[in-house]
Design a protein around this ligand. Structure first.
Ligand SMILES: [Zn+2]
Length: 136
């Protein structure tokens, strides 16, 4: 998955991952871990991409991660044209990586590879839910 493909629309379009949105509504950013082989998926997957098992558990993405790379997006994907510019980041949580937007309140001069962030749920207009990274 590339940065350019990321969008809330395509994400929640994965109907099997609808529980992800339910967890956001509960204030939790969650993803899935395979009970058979231990592979962690993000975005969450109901079937393990490694061993095809459907034996997956949800867990909360808690604690902090390290920004591995980020990119300022100056155009919005379809339906999100008005959101640009925003910053997308790949954050390394150790055993898995999470891809998402940085909080717009972070001054651009503070954005840096290696900064510590955590994933938090956010409410968007029109009752949409997503998550973003905030500084720890
Ligand atoms: Zn597996």
């Amino acid at each position: 998955m590339g940065f350019e493909n990321y969008g809330i629309v395509s994400f929640t379009g994965e109907t099997k991952a609808a529980a992800f949105v339910d967890y956001l509504a509960q204030g939790k950013v969650m993803t899935t871990k395979c009970r058979d082989c231990g592979t962690i998926s993000f975005p969450p997957k109901m079937d393990c991409p490694d061993c095809m098992s459907s034996n997956v558990d949800w867990f909360e993405i808690s604690g902090s991660g390290i920004v591995e790379t980020y990119a300022v997006v100056t155009y919005g994907p379809s339906g999100f044209e008005n959101d640009a510019p925003y910053t997308l980041a790949m954050v390394d949580f150790g055993r898995f990586k999470v891809f998402g937007r940085m909080n717009k309140g972070i001054p651009s001069e503070q954005l840096a590879v290696g900064m510590k962030v955590k994933a938090v749920p956010v409410k968007l207009p029109e009752n949409r839910l997503s998550y973003e990274f905030v500084k720890v």
